[in-house]
Write a protein that binds this ligand. Structure first.
Ligand SMILES: [Zn+2]
Length: 51
């Protein structure tokens, strides 16, 4: 792994669905990988928390 590259596996990320406003947090977030909102099935991309 190149120096300075941060592994994203296991990053804490905050999700907020733009469609229905549902919020949740995942401990396995990647900024380029969206999750499906379990409320309305929209795709939501996370805001990764700085560590
Ligand atoms: Zn939703």
């Amino acid at each position: 792994m190149p120096k300075g590259e941060i592994p994203y596996q296991g990053k804490l990320g905050d999700y907020q669905c733009r469609n229905c406003g549902r919020r949740w947090t995942s401990g396995h977030s990647h900024p380029n990988v969206g999750l499906w909102c379990s409320n309305c099935n929209s795709k939501v991309y996370p805001t990764i928390r700085p560590q």
